[in-house]
Design a protein around this ligand. Structure first.
Ligand code: UD1
Ligand code: BG6
Length: 371
C-alpha cells in the first residue's frame, strides 16, 4: 500500500523518520542518575565477549548493504579498536580470501537471501568464524544460518532500490559499535554523545526531508546529463558510493562515487565546466580537506553542487559559484544517515522526470538469489 505516495521508493524515503524509530525501539537505554546511557542488542548480548576478543571484524555484503557497512566502518574501528575489513561477497568468493576462526564475520543483507552473501556465509562458517547477521527479514536464510545477529526492523521494503533499509542498517551497525565498545571507560563520553544523537536522529531526518522540492528542482537541471560524480571521504565516502548507486540504478544515468582523497590520482582529468559534481563537505574532521578539494575543483571550473552543514554555504563556496545543499548537522558518525537522504530524493526525482520506472528499474531484481 503506497498510501498518499505515487511510488514505493518515494514512500520508503519519506518514512525514514518512522523506520529509524522502529529500528532503535527498545534498544537505546536512556540511563539514569548514576547509570550510563547504553544500547541493548538482544540478539548479540551473549556474544559480545567473543566479538571483543576477535582479531578482526569482516563486513560482507552486496550493493547498498555493502555501502551501509562501509559507512559504519569508521565508528566500529574507533569504538572497538579492532581492525575492520570490507568484503563484497562475490569478490571474497572469487578470491577465496582468508577467513579465520578468530574473525567475526558480519553479513549485511536487507533480504537475507542474496546468493553471493549466503555463499560467503557458508564459506565463513566452514572456516570457523563467528558469523553475525544484520538483516531486515526475520526467518531469512541469513537470519537462520548465522550464529547470532540483529534484525534491523525497518519494515518491508518494496522498491528495488534500497533506501530505508540503508539508513536502518547504518544505525544498527553504529549500535553494534556502541555495544562492542561498552566496556571501555575512556570512550564513554563519546558513546553517550552518539546515543543522544541517535535519539534525535529521526527528527533530523524529518528536517532533511524538507529538501524534497529543492532536490526536484536540482533534478530538473540535471535531467539531460550523461554523468554525475559524487565526491566524499571519511564517514561520507560511503554516502558518495550510495548516492551514485541510487542515481545509476533508478535514474539510469552514469554516476560514480569517488573517494575525494583519490581525486588527483585520476578523477581530476574528468573535470570541466560541463560535468556536474556533487561534493559532500559537511562538518567533521575531514572538513578542511574537503574545502581544499572544492577550491581545486573551482580552479578547474568544475560545475559544483556542494552538500554542507547548515550555515556553511558561504564558507564552502567562497571564491566560486556553486549550488549548495544545506543539511542539519548531527554527530559525525551519524551524518551519513542524514546526508544520503537528499541524494535519494535526487535519484527519485531524476528517475520520475526522465520517465523511467522507479520501483522496478530495468534489468534489476530486489533480491538476487542466483549467482
Ligand atoms: C527480540 C524479538 C522481538 C522482541 C524482543 C523483546 C524476534 C525476531 N525478535 O528482538 O520481537 O520484541 O526480542 O526483547 O523474535 N539473529 C540471527 N541472525 C540474524 C538476525 C538475528 O541469528 O541475522 C538472531 C539473534 O541473535 C536473536 C534473534 O535472532 O537471537 C532475534 O534477533 P533480534 O530480533 O534482533 O532480537 P531482539 O532485538 O532482542
Ligand atoms: C540487489 C538490490 O542488487 O541486491 C539492491 O537491487 C541490494 O538494492 C542488493 O542492495 C543487496 O541485497 P540485500 O538484500 O542482500 O541487501
Amino acid at each position: 500500500n503506497k498510501g498518499k505516495y505515487e511510488h514505493y521508493m518515494q514512500k520508503e524515503i519519506h518514512e525514514q523518520p518512522e523506520s529509524l524509530t522502529t529500528t532503535m525501539r527498545g534498544r537505546l537505554i536512556r540511563g539514569g542518575s548514576c547509570k550510563a546511557k547504553t544500547v541493548l542488542l538482544g540478539g548479540l548480548k551473549d556474544h559480545l565477549k567473543t566479538i571483543r576478543r576477535s582479531r578482526r571484524i569482516v563486513f560482507i555484503g552486496c550493493g547498498t548493504s555493502y555501502n551501509a557497512a562501509l559507512a559504519a566502518r569508521p565508528i566500529l574501528e574507533e569504538l572497538s579498536g579492532i581492525p575492520v575489513t570490507m568484503e563484497i561477497a562475490s569478490d571474497l568468493l572469487d578470491r577465496q580470501g582468508p577467513i579465520y576462526r578468530e574473525d567475526t564475520a558480519v553479513f549485511v543483507s536487507q533480504s537475507g537471501e542474496t546468493a553471493d552473501t549466503l555463499l560467503a556465509l557458508q564459506y565463513a562458517l566452514e572456516n570457523g568464524a563467528l558469523c553475525v547477521g544484520i538483516t531486515n527479514t526475520v526467518g531469512s536464510a541469513i537470519a537462520r544460518n548465522t550464529h547470532c545477529g540483529v534484525h534491523i526492523n525497518a519494515g518491508c521494503e518494496i522498491g528495488v532500490a534500497s533506501t530505508k533499509a540503508y539508513t536502518s542498517q547504518i544505525v544498527v551497525m553504529a549500535m553494534l559499535a556502541l555495544a562492542i565498545g561498552d566496556d571501555t571507560i575512556s570512550s564513554q563520553g563519546r558513546r553517550e554523545a552518539i546515543i543522544d544523537g541517535l535519539f534525535d536522529l529521526p527528527n533530523k531526518v524529518r528536517e532533511v526531508l524538507k529538501l524534497d522540492q529543492e532536490m526536484k528542482d536540482l533534478a530538473k537541471l540535471l535531467i539531460a546529463e550523461q554523468s554525475l560524480l559524487v565526491f566524499g571521504r571519511g564517514y561520507n565516502y560511503a554516502t558518495a558510493l550510495e548516492g551514485a548507486l541510487k542515481v545509476k540504478e533508478v535514474a539510469l544515468m552514469h554516476s560514480e562515487g569517488i573517494l575525494a582523497g583519490e581525486m588527483k590520482h585520476g578523477p581530476l582529468a574528468l573535470v570541466d565546466e560541463n560535468l556536474p559534481i556533487v561534493v559532500i563537505a559537511t562538518r567533521d574532521a575531514c572538513f578542511s580537506k574537503q574545502q581544499s578539494v572544492i577550491q581545486q575543483l573551482h580552479a578547474r571550473k568544475g560545475r559544483l553542487i556542494v552538500m554542507c552543514s547548515k550555515g556553511d554555504a558561504m564558507s564552502v563556496c567562497a571564491g566560486g559559484s556553486c549550488r549548495v545543499i544545506e543539511v542539519p548537522q548531527v554527530e559525525d558518525c551519524l551524518q551519513p544517515v542524514v546526508n544520503v537522504v537528499p541524494l535519494q530524493l535526487l535519484a527519485y526525482h531524476l528517475t520520475v522526470i526522465r520517465g523511467y520506472n522507479v520501483d522496478q528499474p530495468r534489468n534489476l531484481a530486489k533480491s538476487v538469489t542466483t549467482q
